[in-house]
Design a binder for this molecule. Sequence first.
Ligand code: NZQ
Ligand code: ZN
Length: 411
Amino acid sequence: MTDFTFCSSTKFVFARGACDRTGAEVAAAGYKSALVVYGQGSVVRTGTLQRVLDSLDAAGVAHVELAGVRPNPGVDLVRTGIDVAREHGCDLILGVGGGSVIDTAKAIAIGVPYAGDVWDLFMGAAKPVAEGKPDVASVLTIPAAGSESSASCVITNDELQLKRGLSSELHRPTIAIMDPELTFTLPAYQTAAGVTDMIAHVMERFFSSVGPVPVTDNIACAIVRALIDEAPVALANPEDYDARANIMWAGTLAHNDLAGLGRSVNPGGRAGGWESHGLEHELSGHDPSITHGAGLAVIFPAWLRYVWREHPERILSFGRGVFGIEPVNAEEDGVDVTPEEAVADAAAATIDELQEFFVSTGMPRTLGELGVTEEMVEELLPTLERNKGAVFGDFKRLTLDDARQIYLSAL
Ligand code: NZQ
Ligand code: ZN
């Protein structure tokens, strides 16, 4: 078990109707003026936005709005939001939506006190500063990215075709309003993509080069098991409160770092090499119509098939903890397989089960289903190199040729 420092400083308000308490929570925390950021219309149609605005009014919190955040959000709207937040002297950027909206809110917050172009912060050319920075809070409407309490923020620069993440404690949200009823309106595809993303967040940490950490490994497997149980319930009955609530909380636990503690190679760093996320971000960065979770549903199994042999005990542990899969024992089970074949069979069965689960929820099996072609794979590699370097990852160090093989195997 490796050393860690863990601080999950977000206040979670998790309840039926929590949405109507947004203003009271914001005012109690001392905020006076909020920039309310939202997406392309769902929160208007569902009435969520109006409820949030009413609660801000009732609590005497001034507000101004920024609409139109698209999935896989772009930096252009972030720049607009920075101008608006400065003009109105906002001390809070309040995202009402999912990962795309909350990440936009985070980028606006760190951009406000920075004199240069906010994209510099994503390129590592400058560091975010605390002085003069508004805080971030969220009203979560889609459980998926875990941005409501994560230190991460992912933004795309369309001009440069770069989708980049930036981790900073400075934009970790101070308040997360979590009202599972807000997720009743989610389309099945977004529900399934969200669940896939959560499972991927757990697995990125689980499949690190660090050996077993039983307490963390058990937490990880429990989150994945709960998601595999609850997702079909929510898909069959979108208004099942308990299924929606369990999925929502699982999404937070999957990504607030709890599920990776003690598994980090670099003390203080995040567990795992985030290889599948790196490979997926190229897909949704090049084509923002690709849903992040749907890309992961294809990439994660393909990556696992390519790399599991580096640390076979990890895939065995995952298969056992999530699906109850054990390698056969030639002597006890009276079968004619070598121990190596038994391990390979158990690994393959585990990855197959995982992929079948994703597909059963409506997620794609192949990159072809997402419109990715062999030619496009070649276009992804140069930006992958710019984002991750020529060699990246932790479980197995991947070259660009490895990346090509993984993409091609998933076509
Ligand atoms: O734009 P609107 O109209 O609001 O529609 C959204 C959007 O089309 C819709 N939606 C959200 N809540 C809804 C709803 N529709 C009906 N009812 C509701 N209650 O869902 C669609 C997807 O929303 P989005 O915010 O894009 O989804 P998600 O939360 O999956 O966020 C994806 C983004 O987060 C990044 C991804 O790369 C992607 O850019 N990530 C952020 C992370 C982080 N900050 O920690 C980590 C993740 O690994 C991920 O990379
Ligand atoms: Zn993700």
